[in-house]
Design a protein around this ligand. Structure first.
Ligand code: PSU
Ligand code: MN
Length: 305
């Protein structure tokens, strides 16, 4: 079990689960904040993810920075503050956030993977990961999420990544970083709202046991990092790519026009797409996040056997 420190704490229920049945699924908090999706869908998204994890016999562990402490397993009484958080904390921001006593910070995928590994959690669920941004050959904007995937032995379940990223280059970068990418019952990389980006994944997994075997094998052969499990959005929730592509075009133009750089880029794109597609894209986002949580619980159960 991970001991607490001045800067780091594991919630009671999560700590007990890690000592006992070991079925725990970590979550990031950016996705559930205003930076990830509009209110009140963010709260509904969290509730549906939590229910999916508990229905699968696992315990959810939301990560965030609260009162200068990096927390794994945010207390219920702190949820409202966290969901209202506006400070995005990536892996590289964690140290400064806690040493500087930040009141509330919402964790990205990279920060959550860091904290999950620190706590001894092996499975993490989100909606979509960050990746290589379009135009990265000029801006150099590559999400720290990719590096974190290569650094921590944690399984990440995601519905691929949003198409505002450069998906072929994101997969190339994951290959460079030696991150195994496994399609959940598919040989195609999903693109968030749509099940098939047209890009292949190198490995197919069909069950939690398949993923557990891969993670154990990766440790056995001395591989240091985690595994990306790409779970396509459920069939009934898939969106028509046409209106999304149109929204994406204007969202990318907005980023260009405002000369946005760095961590500000992703929240502005997410917000513009949600606004342009009305409630439709948000409902799809809830459905895929919930399904990722369900798959993550299945993997956590397999890892605990
Ligand atoms: N993509 C989404 N929803 C999100 C994010 C990405 O579809 O909420 C968030 C996640 O927290 C992810 C972060 O880790 O954005 C990546 O930000 P950046 O591109 O600045 O690394
Ligand atoms: Mn970035």
């Amino acid at each position: 079990m991970a001991e607490g420190t001045k800067f780091f704490r594991v919630g009671d229920e999560v700590a007990a689960a890690l000592e006992g049945h070991r079925r725990v699924v970590a979550f990031e908090s950016t996705i559930f904040s205003g930076l990830g999706m509009p209110s009140p869908a963010n709260r509904e998204c969290f509730d549906r993810c939590v229910t999916a994890v508990r229905d699968g016999g696992a315990v959810p562990a939301l990560t965030a920075v609260v009162d200068g402490v990096a927390v794994v397993g945010v207390e219920t009484s702190d949820l409202d503050r966290v969901f209202a958080g506006t400070r995005k904390v990536a892996a590289r921001d964690l140290a400064g956030a806690v040493s500087g006593g930040l009141d509330v910070g919402v964790t990205t995928v990279s920060a959550s993977l860091t904290l999950a590994a620190r706590a001894g959690i092996e499975v993490f669920a989100t909606g979509g990961i960050g990746g290589v941004h379009r135009g990265a050959e000029v801006t150099g904007d590559v999400s720290g999420d990719l590096v974190a995937l290569s650094r921590h032995r944690v399984v990440t379940v995601s519905a691929g990544a949003k198409a505002f990223l450069d998906l072929p280059r994101t997969l190339e970068y994951l290959e460079t970083l030696a991150v195994p990418v496994a399609g959940w019952r598919t040989d195609r990389f999903p693109a968030f709202y749509v099940r098939d980006s047209g890009l292949d994944v190198p490995t197919v997994v069909n069950s939690g046991d398949d993923v557990a075997a891969m993670l154990r094998a990766s440790a056995a052969v001395g591989h240091p990092g985690g595994i990306l499990v790409a779970n396509p959005i459920p069939v009934g929730a898939e969106l028509d790519p046409e209106p999304i592509d149109r929204a994406l075009g204007s969202a990318l133009a907005l980023v260009e026009q405002q000369s946005l750089r760095g961590p500000a880029v992703t929240p502005v794109l997410l917000d513009a797409i949600a606004a342009a597609t009305d409630g439709v894209s948000v409902e799809a986002n809830l459905a895929l996040a919930q399904d990722n949580a369900r798959v993550a619980a299945e993997i956590a159960a397999a890892l605990a056997r």
